[in-house]
Design a protein around this ligand. Structure first.
Ligand SMILES: [Zn+2]
Length: 125
């Protein structure tokens, strides 16, 4: 007697699918597509790297904040590993520190120019 094959998928309630499998496969049409979709999604998540993030250059604080949000979302969703996220976050931290330094030096030079101008005004009076 020839045994009848059934789909190997076991549903969450513990009951087997019971549908006939596709010829040469162990799963029915629906569960073969379901498992393929899960595998493709997992592969897409694992292959996401720094280059795929498409982050803007960290030229200003808005770009840095945007990148921080994208990295946090990718890390939380599991699309980016903690090692790669750490690399990007360190680069963003360095870019932010450099920007802070540039802004502070510009503010100091502007303040010095203002003080010199006010001293010159006093000498003229
Ligand atoms: Zn099935």
């Amino acid at each position: 007697m020839k045994s009848v094959k059934h789909c190997r998928h076991v549903k969450e309630d513990g009951i087997a699918c019971g549908s006939p499998p596709l010829s040469g496969e162990s799963y029915c049409h629906f569960h073969l597509r379901y498992k393929g979709c899960r595998l493709r999604t997992w592969r897409a998540r694992r292959t996401l790297g720094v280059k795929d993030m498409r982050l803007p250059p960290p030229d200003d604080f808005h770009a840095i904040l945007f990148s921080l949000n994208k990295v946090a979302q990718a890390l939380a969703s599991g699309r980016l590993g903690p090692h790669e996220a750490g690399k990007i976050l360190r680069q963003l931290d360095r870019a932010g520190a450099k920007l802070r330094g540039e802004i502070l030096s510009r503010a100091e030079s502007a303040q010095e120019a203002t003080l010199e101008a006010s001293e010159q005004d006093r000498t003229w009076i």
